[in-house]
Design a protein around this ligand. Structure first.
Ligand SMILES: [Zn+2]
Length: 314
């Protein structure tokens, strides 16, 4: 006899178990700033001021999730994105605080990019209406070194500049334990809009980054970007967004047998939240199924705003 109504929690636990998901696979994103704030476009997510970061991290560690990735939202921007590599920048102060409180009991990843730090909102340094790849590499290298110096275990370049892994590897020099997880295949997508509406000046959420991000229609380019980053020495390659790209996750896993992380981005979070708030889908079921599907596709690590919520089923 089949029991008609199974307990939801038991069902979610079974889904994760079948996908082979463990808490150690999850990475929770953290936004740090000098002032706190709610994120209207991402219900349930908050911006944490640096002085409160250790409390926030205690909640993450308490859930059993061992890893987090820090995204900084600075007070001001300038053309060269100089606050991104400042020893006293928001990310550097946050990482120092986290590591001095929790040491090796938490893995701290940092987002390495300039888009939150320069007025254009682009992931590269803009001059003469163009993104200057090589000038950006120098800045990314300085940012990564400053994060490593603050104690980051992993730096995660997300600017999609050519040569970003090689440039950062060169700059890390003496920080031999700092790993590089590269956003190798970051697709141009409107699914970043909820995050951008928090992080970017003048509430702009639409940017055309198609000249340096990967187009949806070109899986061959994804494979090329991944291969390049592996050759340049990335410790893990990353793909984002997640749900409409899971075939690529499997393709990359099969072709390279290399560690792959996937980011379940803000738009993917917001879609489930918004639909659930209108009573159109069951939020709990869809966050569980979407995370399970990313694992099933072959992701070794999953960065997700749902990580904390779903950890209770693991
Ligand atoms: Zn960026």
């Amino acid at each position: 006899m089949q029991q008609l109504e199974r307990d939801d929690e038991e069902r979610y636990r079974d889904i994760f178990a079948a996908a082979g998901l463990r808490k150690s696979h999850l990475i929770f994103p953290v936004f740090v700033s000098d002032k706190p704030g709610k994120i209207e476009s991402m219900p349930g997510m908050t911006v944490t001021p640096v002085e409160k970061i250790t409390e926030h991290v205690q909640t993450i560690i308490g859930s059993g999730i061992p890893s987090l990735i820090v995204f900084g939202i600075p007070k001001s921007r300038d053309r060269s994105g100089s606050s991104a590599s400042n020893r006293k920048g928001v990310v550097q102060r946050a990482v120092r605080a986290i590591k001095s409180s929790y040491g090796s009991s938490v893995n701290v990843l940092t987002d390495v990019c300039v888009c939150q730090y320069n007025p254009s909102g682009h992931c590269g340094i803009v001059s003469s209406n163009r993104v200057d790849n090589d000038a950006t590499l120098r800045v990314l290298a300085e940012i990564a070194a400053s994060h490593a110096e603050a104690g980051a275990d992993v730096v995660a370049p997300s600017s999609m500049m050519d040569g970003q892994v090689r440039a950062i590897k060169g700059a890390l020099g003496g920080f031999t334990k700092t790993m590089i997880f590269s956003y190798s295949a970051k697709h141009a997508s409107s699914l970043y809009a909820p995050f951008r509406s928090v992080a970017f000046a003048k509430k702009r959420s639409r940017f055309d980054k198609s000249s340096y991000q990967v187009p949806y229609a070109n899986p061959r380019q994804v494979l090329l970007e991944i291969e390049t980053d592996i050759n340049e020495g990335a410790d893990m390659v990353m793909i984002k967004p997640a749900l409409a790209y899971l075939d690529l996750v499997r393709m990359v896993k099969d072709k390279f047998s290399y560690p792959v992380a996937v980011q379940n981005v803000s738009g993917e979070y917001a879609m489930i939240k918004a639909a659930a708030m209108r009573g159109l889908v069951d939020e709990e079921e869809w966050k569980v199924c979407s995370i399970a599907s990313i694992k099933r596709a072959g992701a070794d690590r999953i960065i997700s705003y749902f990580a904390l919520d779903v950890s209770k089923y693991l």
